[in-house]
Write a protein that binds this ligand. Structure first.
Ligand SMILES: Cc1cc2nc3c(=O)[nH]c(=O)nc-3n(C[C@H](O)[C@H](O)[C@H](O)COP(=O)(O)OP(=O)(O)OC[C@H]3O[C@@H](n4cnc5c(N)ncnc54)[C@H](O)[C@@H]3O)c2cc1C
Length: 412
């Protein structure tokens, strides 16, 4: 349709059609279709194969083990959304949710923090449980607890699911309610006489450029979001605070254990106090570790560094799980976090200078589980003018300007 028209307009343009953009489109249509407020929603996605996007390359974990209340609330909402997926998308809908929980481990130094986080999570409705060193040893026979003081293990709302499955359902759900997905790349914005945002310039696959005018625009371009915000002049002149969302490459290694007494088939996703993690992946395991700032790899490709496994990941895994002293790496992949360099948490809400421009990005490794809640939050802002389900005011762009970071404490 776009190629036949010179100009095109939409109530809402969403830039980036990964899980976050598809969720925004899904909820916008869900809230308005069939009503007087029915909104025209266009999602612009430059790569409909989704080969390099964060969503496709994610590990798909969901947990309530955070220390920022909004993150706990969003992930509880995500768990409920996932568990009720059939009621939303029909009896065939399946995203292979494995409710095995997360097991987060603390040394003596981190035990008090873990315990404080646990209390907050409980207050907000999480069903986690604390394990002492002795209880951990009894419950998880494969675990070396020598330097562990406390563990927290999630209940039925934690585990992992198929991220591609979630994206597919959100996308088809949005389309079936009338949202349009267009293949193209947002390359510029159109501004009005007073600098207000009026439209987006889209480069189509045939290299033609078209303008789509809009009432509202949402940036959900994952690791490219900082670049798109720059096109909207965010970070220059009187909008001097940039959107600090950048690519950070993370490796995921798939391996088999060749040792005795390996973690059983229903073992949780374990995160050690060193940051190393693993979970079951069918008959194998997957795991990894975020690099230190000085180790951050280049981001111009998705190549995998196998030395990083040998030198950094494996020694930590082998210490924590003796059965992993002998492992064989079978495959690996790299993916980009859409990393918020300010405080490693999502930026959700409008820009204070462009009142019709919204963000849902910067989730830094938490975004797939938070996509149902964050998409609904943006739809509420646009349709209802306020957050209705979860108050995410503190997660807005304003905190970047007022220097009020929302750091996770004791959470990887
Ligand atoms: C290795 C790895 C493991 C992870 N593990 C977890 C986990 O266990 N749990 C969890 O919750 N999260 C996890 N994440 C994070 C999660 O995957 C992301 O937070 C989430 O998928 C972000 O979704 P998104 O839609 O914002 O971004 P993306 O999925 O990257 O989608 C953005 C889309 O925007 C498009 N785009 C970019 N620029 C333009 C443009 N100019 N014009 C048009 N389209 C554009 C891109 O093509 C892309 O498809 C992980 C991420 C990685 C990389």
């Amino acid at each position: 349709m776009l190629t036949r028209q010179r100009n095109y307009s939409s109530d809402v343009v969403v830039i980036g059609g990964g899980a976050m953009g598809a969720s925004v489109a899904y909820w916008l249509k869900d809230k308005t279709v069939g009503s007087k407020k029915d909104l025209r929603v266009v999602v612009i996605e430059k790569d409909p194969t989704y080969s390099c996007c964060s969503t496709s390359l994610s590990v798909g974990g969901i947990r309530q083990q955070f220390s920022v209340p909004e993150n706990i609330q969003m992930s509880l909402f995500g768990a409920s959304f996932i568990k009720n997926i059939k009621s939303k998308f029909g009896p065939e809908a399946d995203i292979s949710f494995m409710p095995n929980g997360y097991l987060i481990l603390a040394s003596e130094n981190g035990a008090q923090r873990l315990s404080n986080n646990f209390k907050l999570q409980q207050q907000l409705g999480a069903t986690n449980r604390l394990f002492t060193k002795q209880q951990l040893k009894k419950r998880f026979a494969w675990l070396n607890v020598d330097d562990i003081e406390l563990g927290c293990c999630g209940g039925e709302n934690e585990g992992w699911f198929d991220p591609w499955g979630l994206l597919s359902l959100l996308r088809s759900g949005a389309s079936s309610k009338g949202a349009e997905f267009i293949q193209g790349e947002a390359v510029d914005f159109v501004f009005g006489a007073n600098g207000e945002l009026r439209g987006v310039v889209v480069k189509l696959p045939n290299n033609e450029q078209k303008t789509i005018s809009f009432e509202h625009c949402v940036i959900t371009a994952g690791a490219e979001s900082g670049k798109i915000a720059k096109l909207a002049r965010i970070g220059s002149d009187d909008l001097s605070t940039p959107l600090p969302v950048e690519k950070r490459k993370r490796y995921v290694y798939r391996f088999d254990s060749q040792g005795d007494n390996p973690p059983e088939i229903n073992s949780p996703l374990m995160i050690d106090y060193t940051g190393v993690y693993f979970r079951r992946d069918g008959g194998s395991y997957i795991g990894g570790l975020s690099p230190k700032p000085e180790e951050e790899p280049e981001t111009n490709n998705l190549d995998v560094d196998f030395d990083f496994f040998d030198n950094r990941v494996w020694p930590l895994l082998a210490h924590r799980i003796p059965a992993f002293q002998s492992v064989k790496v079978k495959s690996a992949w790299g993916g980009f976090y859409e990393y918020n360099c300010f405080d490693a948490n999502g930026v959700i809400g409008p820009h204070p200078g462009h009142s019709n421009l919204y963000f849902a990005t910067g989730f830094s490794g938490h975004g797939i589980q938070q996509s149902p809640a964050a998409g609904l939050a943006i739809a509420e802002l646009i349709v209802d003018g306020a957050f209705k389900t979860i108050d995410l005011t503190r997660m807005g762009f304003d905190r970047l300007i007022t220097h009020k970071p929302l750091y996770e404490i004791g959470i990887y």
